[in-house]
Design a protein around this ligand. Sequence first.
Ligand SMILES: Cc1cc2nc3c(=O)[nH]c(=O)nc-3n(C[C@H](O)[C@H](O)[C@H](O)COP(=O)(O)O)c2cc1C
Length: 496
Amino acid sequence: MSPAPLVRLPVVIQGGMGVGVSSWQLANAVARTGQLGVVSGTALDVVVARRLQDGDPGGHVQRALADFPLPDVARRVVDAYLRPEGRDGEPYRPVPRLGLRPDQHRDELSVVGNFVEVWLAKEGHTGLVGINFLEKIQMATPAAAYGAMLAGIDVVLMGAGIPREIPHLLDELAEHRPGTVTVDVAGGESGHVTLDPTTLAPRDALPPLRRPTFLAIVSSHVLAQYLNREDSTRPDGFVVEGPVAGGHNAPPRGKLVLDETGQPVYGPRDDANLEALASIGLPFWLAGGYGEPEMVKKALESGAAGVQVGTLFALSRESGLLDPLREELLLALRAGTLEVRTEASASPTGFPFKVAQLPGTLSDDAEYERRPRLCDLGYLRQPYARANGQVGYRCPAEPVDVFIRKGGDPDGTAGAKCLCNALTSDVGLGQHRKDGYVEEPMVTLGADLAGARRLDSEHWLHGGNTEGWTATEAVAWLLREVAVAPTDPNPVASGV
Ligand SMILES: Cc1cc2nc3c(=O)[nH]c(=O)nc-3n(C[C@H](O)[C@H](O)[C@H](O)COP(=O)(O)O)c2cc1C
């Protein structure tokens, strides 16, 4: 089945930024400008469960769920997590962790969480909304994608790996057929995770779905060419992300070399060949340091359909980042002291990960040492084959002895940080533990801050306030040099 073609390709894609930095508020604001607003699809099960336990501030979750097509599923999730008066200092309840074994409650929570985020991002306009998934979190994808599709998601974007199975997955789920992804199991045979939509409701109760457009996020033209080779793996376009981008980055090609400050060294071999990309014939967007008007122009001149921008939107007012964190980042940006490092070993995925150096957050190793090492969210756990033939799960950021007992490589534990808890804390949903420990934040941003610095100073010059810029202002600024009206009438995806 072919995807619903987009009536008009956006020039600006607001990048998906997990966990919850690309909030529904941010994606909604960007979509209203006629560009592509994207919500992060990472850990939306825990996000919705925690919002409900905080009393569903603003009633947003329940407003979205009033429109959820499978009311019994919604009711089960609300009954399980809603605490109308909030938690009163109690820890958040655990949610089921990802795994290869089927788990109906886990699937329902994920479907509901993804539906809610997309529904809210689409509320009140007819602009385009996308959702960002990570290939590294393979086990989450089928249920998450189905939930997003129930809310009419227009575009699915996926990076951090080789998303070869996603085009087929979306084809299947759009027809309510079981959608499966293969899951790598270290030291053993691959496993599979499937979402069969008819486990949620009888087939005739499932509403018709539109197959979203799929954009693969890649770092090289070689990967783009590989994905383009077969009908079953071919995406509808590419986002080509370079090494200064925020979040995870592809490792440098060849042997990992660190500079004198301990950061991976990237070279010309890590730049995608844009001519080779253009010759594939699918639309592509450039990401990583493209958050300036002249860079948007340059991208269009090089044959790209536009740009994907993260950092500028992470620092905008609609970003999901907690206000105090965003304000500290803006102050450091203005003072010229904001530093973003590429950490080779901070992410349990083994991919380089950008970390904003912010005092009092877990970017500070001494601060991190104070954190009791534990793994309770587990999105980045890797399945591995146990001696008895069963599958276990391990994460380099869990207690070192436990990781080693599970056969993990001790070298992988040094510097590994619990991104799941830190990133959840960034958006105000951090765990308060029974022993009094409160999960601390750690922020990722792109290393190229030139655009943010310029927009901030221009914004001030034009009478902006200390809270920084809005997403709408960021879009207008980005499009300043190109012939696109930032407030085009809302584009409509065909089939809506
Ligand atoms: C706070 C933050 C979180 C991010 N999280 C993700 C993510 O979860 N998945 C993803 O594919 N990209 C993620 N990114 C990358 C962005 O989507 C985007 O491609 C990138 O930031 C573009 O580079 P720029 O920051 O220089 O504009 C993140 C970026 C930032 C700044």
